[in-house]
Write a protein that binds this ligand. Structure first.
Ligand code: PLP
Length: 477
C-alpha cells in the first residue's frame, strides 16, 4: 500500500528551495525576483518560488523516473487506476492524448454528438472517423442527457469497424452516463472505452456521488482535478484502468506531443497536494459538500417560481435552477444574481447552473439563496437570449473526416449561399450545445433553415470563426 500522506513532488520542490541555490536556469523571473511587482503582490513569494522547472531532483514529466513517477503512482492508487499521468494542459490534453493513442488515422470511433470541443479537436488531431451517437436531451430546458445504451448497442452492430467508444461522464450539468452498461457493451466487442470525466474527478471519493468511470472498468479516463478536486486551473489527470486496452507507451508519447516541454511545476505540485487531500479527507470533504447541497436544494425549492431540476442519478452538488416561473430567462437571472454579487457557472435559456464543492459554506450558499429570492420578473426581453427552434435538424451527410475538412483549403462564405458546401468548422447552437454541423459535413437545407432560425431568435452559436454566422467556413472548391 502506498502512503497517501506523502507528496513526493511537492516535498522535492521544498527540498530544492531549502538549499537556496543560486539559480541559473529558467524561469527567468528567478523565483520571483524579476517578476512584475503586481504579480509578486498577488501570487506571493511562495507561489513564485514554486514555479520551478526540471531542476536537479525534480524529475521530468515527459520521461518520469523519480518524484513525478512516484506522485503519479500515488494518484493512480488514490483514484483506482493502473496508471495515471499528470496533465498541465487541462483535460483537453488528456482527451487529445487518449484519442491519439487509441486510434490510427482513418479509424472509426463512436462519439456522442454532444461531446466537448476537446473531443472534436482530438478527432481532428487523430484523423479519426467519428460515428456520431445521438444524445437524449430534455427538450424543455435543452439540456443533453447522455447516450442511451440501446443507441450505443445499435451503433456497435452497424459499425463493426469501430475501434473505440467515447463516453461523456458526467455531462457539464452533472448528469452521469449509463457507465456500467456502456463499458460492458464496448468490452464485449473488445473496444476500449475512453471517458471524458472532466466534471467527475470527485466521484471516487464518496458513495453518494455517481460511480467513477474507473470503477466501472473504463480504459482511459481524463479528469479535470481543477474543476472539482481542489488543484489549480489547467491541472488535470489522465488515468488508465486495470486491463487497459491502450498501450501506455503510446499514451505517454501522445502526451509528449500535445503537452508543453516546460510543464508548470506549480500546477503539478497542486495535483500532488490535491490528490493527498482527496485520498486522506475526500470522504469527509464531500460529506460536507453533499450536506450543504441538500440544504441549499431544500431552501431553493421553497422559493416561489423556482424549480430545482433533478435528473436520475445526477451529481447532487450541481444545482440546476429553472427560473422561468419567476418571469425571466436564465440569462436575465444570471445578470440579476451578478448584480447582487453572486456568480453562477452557467446560464441557459430557462435555467441557471451553480456548482458546489467543499469550498462552499453556509455563508456562500446563504448569499445564493437570498439572491435567488430577490429575482424579479424581467420587463424587457434581452437580445441574445434565444432558445432556437425545437428539435434538431437531421445530421447531414459526412463527406470527409473532420481532419481533412478542418485542415483543408477553405474559404468563408455567406451562410445564405452555403447550401451543398462542405463545412470546415463546428457549429453548435447553445443551448443545448449539440453540433448541427461538424467539419466534413455537407450543409443541407434543413441545417440552413435551423441555423437561420437560431440567428433570428438571437441564439448563441459555439464554434464558428464568425460568431454572428453571417459567414461560415467551408472547403474551397
Ligand atoms: C465536458 C467537458 N469535457 C472536457 C473539458 C475540458 O477540460 P479542461 O478545461 O480541463 O481542458 C471541459 C471543460 O470545460 C468540459 O466541460
Amino acid at each position: 500500500m502506498l502512503d497517501q500522506r506523502r507528496t513526493p513532488l511537492f516535498t522535492a520542490m521544498q527540498r530544492y528551495l531549502r538549499r537556496r541555490p543560486a539559480v541559473f536556469h529558467v524561469p527567468g523571473h528567478k523565483q520571483g525576483r524579476a517578476a512584475p511587482p503586481a504579480l509578486r503582490r498577488w501570487l506571493g513569494a511562495g507561489a513564485l518560488q514554486l514555479d520551478l522547472t526540471e531542476a536537479p531532483g525534480l524529475d521530468d514529466l515527459h520521461a518520469p523516473s523519480g518524484v513525478i513517477a512516484e506522485a503519479q503512482a500515488l494518484a493512480a492508487a488514490a483514484f483506482g487506476a493502473a496508471r495515471s499521468f499528470f496533465l498541465v494542459g487541462g483535460t483537453t490534453a488528456g482527451i487529445h492524448a487518449m484519442l491519439l493513442a487509441a486510434l490510427r488515422p482513418g479509424e472509426a470511433v463512436l462519439v456522442p454528438r454532444h461531446a466537448h470541443r476537446s473531443v472534436h479537436g482530438g478527432l481532428i488531431l487523430a484523423g479519426a472517423r467519428p460515428v456520431w451517437l445521438p444524445p437524449a436531451y430534455d427538450p424543455d430546458l435543452a439540456i443533453p442527457l447522455g447516450v442511451p445504451p440501446e443507441a450505443v448497442a445499435q451503433a456497435l452492430d452497424r459499425h463493426p469497424e469501430a475501434r473505440a467508444l467515447v463516453v461523456v461522464h458526467p455531462t457539464y450539468h452533472g448528469i452521469p452516463a449509463a457507465i456500467h452498461p456502456l463499458v460492458r457493451l464496448a468490452h464485449d466487442r473488445g473496444l476500449p472505452v475512453l471517458v471524458d470525466e472532466a466534471h467527475g474527478a470527485h466521484f471516487a471519493f464518496h458513495p453518494d456521488l455517481p460511480p467513477s468511470a474507473l470503477a466501472a472498468g473504463a480504459d482511459a479516463v481524463a479528469q479535470s482535478l481543477h474543476k472539482t478536486g481542489g488543484s489549480l486551473t489547467q491541472s488535470s489527470l489522465l488515468h488508465l484502468g486495470y486491463g487497459c486496452r491502450l498501450d501506455p507507451d503510446r499514451v505517454q508519447a501522445a502526451l509528449r506531443l500535445v503537452q508543453s516541454t516546460s510543464p508548470s511545476y506549480l500546477l503539478m505540485a497542486s495535483l500532488d497536494l490535491a490528490r493527498r487531500e482527496l485520498a486522506l479527507r475526500g470522504r469527509r470533504l464531500w460529506d460536507r459538500a453533499l450536506a450543504l447541497a441538500a440544504a441549499a436544494r431544500e431552501a431553493l425549492a421553497r422559493v416561489p417560481g423556482v424549480r430545482v431540476v433533478d435528473y436520475p442519478g445526477m451529481d447532487p452538488t450541481r444545482l440546476i435552477l429553472d427560473v422561468r416561473g419567476r418571469g425571466l430567462t436564465g440569462y436575465e437571472a444570471a445578470e440579476q444574481l451578478w448584480r447582487q454579487g453572486v456568480a453562477v457557472e452557467l446560464a441557459g435559456h430557462g435555467y441557471l447552473l451553480a456548482i458546489l464543492s467543499p469550498g462552499d459554506g453556509r455563508e456562500s450558499l446563504g448569499r445564493l439563496v437570498a439572491a435567488v429570492r430577490r429575482l424579479r420578473p424581467s420587463r424587457r426581453r434581452k437580445a441574445g437570449a434565444g432558445v432556437g427552434p425545437p428539435g434538431l435538424p437531421p445530421w447531414p451527410e459526412v463527406v470527409l473526416i473532420p481532419r481533412e475538412a478542418a485542415l483543408g483549403r477553405q474559404e468563408a462564405m455567406p451562410l445564405s449561399r452555403s447550401e451543398g458546401r462542405i463545412a470546415a468548422e463546428l457549429v453548435a447552437p447553445y443551448p443545448p450545445g449539440i453540433p448541427v454541423l461538424a467539419p466534413g459535413e455537407r450543409i443541407t437545407p434543413a441545417v440552413l433553415a435551423y441555423l437561420e432560425e437560431c440567428l433570428r431568435t438571437g441564439q448563441h452559436l459555439q464554434g464558428p470563426a464568425d460568431p454572428t454566422l453571417r459567414t461560415i467556413r467551408v472547403l474551397a472548391e
